[in-house]
Design a protein around this ligand. Structure first.
Ligand code: ATP
Ligand code: MG
Length: 410
């Protein structure tokens, strides 16, 4: 990608009311743009990050049998009346049609849609289990939307729903999802900083689990067991102040951002929709359900909160918009090199703009590609390569560059 052709530009500025560091950096880099509190446009560079996260999540969901769908965002009131959540869901966006005077809901989550839908296809024990997921914008009327991508009023979520004949089958799948989530957070670079957190399981189950990434900007207080690296959330600490995994009594307060959440719904939603299956003997039972969310756009914000310095973002290679930021300086040309790298499957943001070295370096730091490659009259046919997370640059040949970047790319 030629930087001169990019739709966006970097900037020193961000909206005055934008207090979240993730949004400040992302706006300055032109990754996102703020339309209003909690609502952001994803621009070419930012969309590439979002899509990379999405791709990782999709692969891991498919690996545990998930089938992808896309459910409507616009819901009729009736479905939400069925579960009682039209009145009780505190961040529900509701509105009335001017023509029909019918009430609608903008989907904050999709149990009210998936349950009656699955009921049409899951009729007998032979149709179970099933796993369905989607990656889609959700809408919530959040009271405070001051944390940039961490809390949107419109945000991208992956929601997976599972359907089972009994609790044992749900329990086994729940474990699988937990492991798949571990792989997702590992792959986006947050493995070491993300802890499994015990949360309340509602009326049906002792616990549910959150995945909390430890960052100072996290909105949640959790209590971390330093012995086994799991945590409990606020609801749980009020009932027990020991680690639910190892029994340790020392739990340290920490700040976390909830990047994912897994929950055994059991029959909470199959009951109101009379969603039942017939067993081998023809007897009817309510379908047992689980639901599993990942905040895709929140993850992008969390990654920025975790990987940045005073100059800008440091994208983990797996989610970086481009692998390398190639800068040509003082009349040297990087065109051929950019072409060669791209032919090898190494994605390049190629800064061929007619600007001074200082500005180009500032951009490279702000935009945060894992590698910065410089060609200039001074590099004499070689390339000066520097990792974004290192101070040290090295002068290497084109061949060495390709080898290095190919490894980092895989
Ligand atoms: P929170 O406690 O942070 O409000 P939640 O319990 O309401 O989260 P869920 O309904 O379980 O969240 O949604 C699944 C995932 O979607 C969450 O784990 C989180 O990563 C993400 N998410 C929830 N609300 C938002 C939001 N307003 N903006 C961005 N991501 C969100
Ligand atoms: Mg919430």
């Amino acid at each position: 990608m030629r930087q001169s052709q990019l739709f966006t530009k970097t900037s020193r500025n961000f909206p005055k009311d934008e207090t979240a560091l993730n949004a400040q950096l992302l706006i300055r880099g032109g990754f996102v743009n703020k339309l209003m509190a909690g609502v952001y446009s994803f621009l070419p560079l930012g969309l590439r990050v979002l899509q990379k996260i999405e791709h990782i999540v999709r692969e891991e969901m498919q690996a545990i049998g998930g089938e992808e769908v896309s459910l409507p965002v616009l819901h009729p009131k009736a479905n939400w009346m069925e579960t009682g959540r039209f009145e009780t869901y505190d961040t529900l966006f509701r509105f009335t049609s001017h023509y029909s005077k019918n009430d609608y809901v903008l989907g904050p989550t999709h149990e009210e849609v998936i349950s009656p839908l699955a009921k049409q296809f899951i009729l007998s024990y032979q149709d179970l289990p099933r796993y369905v997921f989607q990656i889609q914008s959700k809408f919530r009327d959040e009271k405070r939307a001051k944390s940039g991508l961490l809390r949107g009023r419109e945000f991208l979520m992956k929601d997976l729903y599972s359907f089972h004949r009994d609790d044992a089958d749900l329990d086994a799948y729940y474990e699988k999802v937990q492991e798949a989530y571990g792989r997702v957070f590992e792959r986006v670079g947050l493995g070491e900083d993300t802890v499994l957190t015990f949360a309340s399981g509602g009326t049906f189950s002792k616990y549910s689990h959150e995945f909390q990434t430890l960052i100072p900007a996290g909105e949640d207080i959790i209590y971390l067991c330093e012995q086994c690296r799991v945590a409990v959330n606020k609801e749980i600490i009020e009932e027990q102040n020991t680690c639910p995994k190892c029994g340790a009594e020392k739990l340290a307060e920490a700040r976390g951002a909830e990047v994912g959440n897994i929950f055994k719904l059991k029959t909470k939603y199959s009951a109101p929709f009379e969603f039942k299956f017939k067993d081998e003997k023809g007897a009817s039972h309510e379908v047992v359900m689980g639901c599993y969310g990942i905040g895709i756009s929140r993850l992008m914000g969390v990654i920025v909160e975790r990987f940045h310095d005073e100059k800008g973002v440091l994208w983990p290679a797996s989610v970086a918009p481009f692998t390398v930021h190639l800068l040509e300086l003082n009349g040297a040309s990087g065109t051929e090199l950019a072409h060669t790298l791209e032919k090898r499957g190494i994605s390049v943001l190629y800064d061929e703009t007619d600007r001074g070295a200082g500005e180009k370096f500032t951009d490279a730091d702000l935009l945060g590609m894992p590698w910065r490659a410089v060609v200039s009259p001074k590099t004499k046919g070689k390339i000066e390569l520097k990792a974004r997370n290192s101070e040290k640059a090295e002068l290497i040949s084109e061949k060495e560059l390709i080898t290095k970047l190919s490894i980092s790319n895989s």
